[in-house]
Design a protein around this ligand. Structure first.
Ligand code: ADP
Ligand code: MG
Length: 696
């Protein structure tokens, strides 16, 4: 039988308009939707027990013949309370099952009928026999030779149901849908790949994921690691990677700029630097330069832990663009970070005789700053890529702290200008294979080495009764001529409250340390005022900087050696790691105090991780474990399609295989001419996003 999978679900017997509406709530409107509406867990109800062998307090299945089925009134004083009671026997004993109030069951059970019950066996009131309360049940119809148990006597799928549609009704519908149409599913993955990767057939996989054959392991099913689940996960990962491969292929073929840097500015800058580049910085820079020399547009991701020295690598790349007669732009996610970058590099750039300009929403107000015109290097925020901003000859865009820019923004960015090279910098450490998914369309380099003489930040977790240690740390560090950050969290619901806390904190500290200059910086300040405070902190004019989390990323003051994080329990791991990265940037020993006020289990775990390690990759892994992949990646923000079956952490091996196959396929057939069906499902999976990529 061949069924059109786009038939409405009402096609299934027993699904009338009302049930169809309920199914619609679950996102099921067609047969195909039903096939891909997967159980979220399974129960093993496959082996039925003899009544004598039943064990108290365990979930078990049992088969028997109905002896009696009656509505009873258990308590004569409460005549309105009704119980429905069935007694069954299997020759080894008798068993009673009870349902409260469900008197309609009287019509369902008839003496002599063969039934299966599934439930927890309890001692009855007298402690002398077994009984089941509200068990799941199934009638075994002897006339039905096509013997197929759905709800009992097998590994049973459990679906997310909805009000008005019981688990059992939904399961019946799913059974009908799957048996009617799974066989007509055609495989869109090329045959060679299915064979080479040893994957089971698609239709067989759909069947078994819904109604598993009894030989499958319940644990594997529940973990989503059965061969059949993995087949479905493969399809998702493959399609995901196929989209990324197609994007990348399009980029490689696009015509970009072949830069011809001669090192005139870069060498001068390197000579003026007080340090030598690390091996990792050299290696990554040479990756970038060879991309820039090639005529294909560069799309390279640079990953490097906080403090690994990404800024200088970015600057050297920008100089290569300038040497070739182009402009370069550095784009940051926030104004304060853009301001920081500007402060950090403008002197270096100006010493080379080059021009540099800051361009953010705030500076845009000033007429003179509206157009970058001929400026060599432009530092800014999104304002850079907005309409009305025109460049003379933009050749390179560096995006810093990419975790705030999703795939979509990247695509939008590419549409701007004549295929400039793009370099994306991120300090959010994620395992390589996962990076390949999130940034699968990008080339990838990693700065896996910190500048020499950095000693790990010593971190302590304190509670409010141990506050004294904070004052002591401030005292000691400032005596040595060092500077200190005190960070207050921004509470989203009420920035005002958190600001108040920060101001009160600042005043208290000023009282405690009258001989020190205490400064305050926060997100609501005017950029000019903020810049003034940062400049003063950089010059050592301010000893103690109280801030809300505006300093989270990018601030670079190597003389600051201590950080106190107030209400550390309110921060996420990635954020804590970023914050702590503001200290430990020079050669002096640095310290971080995490002050918490009452911690939950999860926040204790987070703070423990921070105390244990400074390694961004380990912290990211722990973060992933604590939060789970969905939250960790914030897939909505990333612009990637949702994964229903595959799990980016669990299925890393599968991801690598899928990626290899997808990229090879696109290499040989970039527009999938030979596989029209696959092309369809690719477009279906990626939806509108693919459009953006195509025009990008
Ligand atoms: P991030 O990767 O977090 O953006 P930065 O680029 O801000 O790190 O660099 C952190 C600090 O390390 C800066 O003060 C920078 O001048 C310094 N730095 C960068 N590279 C080196 C190096 N090779 N040797 C010593 N110090 C370096
Ligand atoms: Mg940085």
């Amino acid at each position: 039988m061949n069924h059109d999978l786009s038939s409405p679900i009402q096609y299934i017997k027993g699904v009338g308009p009302q049930k169809a509406r309920l199914l619609g709530r679950l996102g099921i409107t067609t047969l195909r939707d039903a096939l891909f509406y997967l159980p979220f867990r399974y129960e093993d109800r496959s082996s039925t027990k003899k009544i004598v062998h039943l064990i108290y307090d365990e979930l078990q299945a049992v088969t028997g013949k109905v002896v009696s089925a009656d509505v009873i009134t258990p308590n004569p004083r409460r005549p309105r309370m009704k119980l429905f009671e069935v007694v069954i026997t299997d020759g080894s004993g008798v068993l009673k099952a009870k349902w409260f109030n469900q008197t309609y069951l009287k019509k369902v059970f008839r003496p002599g009928q063969e039934v299966v019950f599934y439930g927890t066996v309890k001692r009855n009131y007298w402690g002398a026999g077994f009984e089941l309360i509200n068990p799941e049940y199934e009638l075994l119809d002897e006339d039905d030779n096509d013997f197929s148990q759905i709800h009992t006597g097998r590994i049973v799928p459990i679906y997310h149901a909805t009000e008005g549609l019981s688990q059992k009704q939904l399961r019946n519908i799913m059974y009908a849908a799957v048996t009617a149409s799974a066989a007509s599913l055609s495989d869109t993955i090329p045959r060679e790949i299915v064979t080479a990767c040893n994957l089971p057939e698609l239709s067989e996989s759909i069947l078994n994921v819904h109604f598993p054959s009894s030989s499958l392991s319940i644990d594997e099913l529940n973990r989503g690691t059965s061969a059949y689940h993995q087949r479905l996960a493969f399809d998702e990962l493959f399609t995901l990677q196929l989209g990324l491969a197609a994007m990348k292929k399009g980029e490689v073929q696009a015509k970009g700029i072949a830069f011809s840097p001669d090192g005139r500015y870069a060498n001068k800058l390197l000579r003026n630097l007080p340090f030598k580049l690390t091996g990792a910085q050299e290696r990554v820079l040479s990756d970038i330069l060879s991309d820039m020399r090639s005529p294909a547009p560069m799309h390279r991701l640079i990953q490097g832990d906080v403090g690994s020295g990404k800024t200088i690598v970015a600057l050297l790349s920008m100089l290569a663009a300038v040497e070739s007669g182009y402009q370069a732009a550095l784009m940051a996610p926030t104004e304060i970070l853009a301001e920081q970058h500007y402060l950090n590099i403008h002197k270096l750039v100006e010493d080379l005789g080059l021009s540099i300009q800051l361009l953010t929403a705030s500076t845009k107000g000033k007429q003179s700053d509206t157009t970058p015109g001929d400026t060599d290097i432009i530092v800014g925020t999104h304002a850079l890529i907005q309409e009305g901003v025109t460049f003379r000859k933009l050749g390179l865009i560096v995006i810093d702290e990419q975790h705030r820019f999703g795939v979509m923004q990247r695509a939008a960015l590419r549409k701007k200008g004549a295929n400039p090279d793009t370099l994306i910098m991120t300090a959010t450490p994620i395992p390589r294979t996962l990076a390949l998914t999130l940034y699968g369309d990008l080339d990838y380099s990693i700065i896996d080495e910190l500048p020499p003489n950095r000693s790990p930040v010593i971190t302590r977790h304190l509670n409010e009764r141990q506050k004294q240690a904070i004052y002591q740390l401030i005292e000691e560090e400032t005596k040595k001529g060092r500077q200190v950050y005190v960070v207050y969290p921004v509470i989203e619901e009420s920035e005002k409250t958190s600001l108040k806390a920060a101001i009160t904190g600042m005043e208290a500290l000023q009282l405690k340390f009258p001989h020190l200059k205490v400064g305050l910086i926060h997100g609501r300040m005017k950029p000019a005022a903020r810049e003034e405070v940062m400049r003063s902190f950089k010059n050592g004019g301010i000893h103690l900087l109280v801030s809300t989390t505006v300093i989270e990323v990018g601030v670079d003051v190597p003389n600051a050696t201590a950080m106190v994080i107030i209400h550390a329990e309110r921060f996420g791991l990635a954020q804590l790691h970023q914050l702590r990265g503001r200290v430990g940037r020079g050669s002096g020993q640095s310290y971080c105090i995490l002050l918490s006020y009452g911690v939950s289990e999860d926040s204790r775990k987070r703070l423990d991780v921070m105390v244990r390690t400074n390694d961004g990759f380990r912290i990211a892994e722990e973060d992933l474990l604590i939060r789970g992949p969905g939250e960790f990646f914030g897939t909505k923000q990333s612009g990637l399609p949702d994964l229903k079956v595959a799990n980016l952490v669990r299925d890393v091996k599968l991801l690598e295989i899928a990626r290899k196959e997808a990229f090879a396929l696109i290499e040989g057939d970039p527009s999938l001419k030979k596989y029209p069906q696959l092309r369809n499902s690719l477009e279906h999976f990626w939806g509108k996003r693919l459009e953006l990529f195509k025009t990008a």
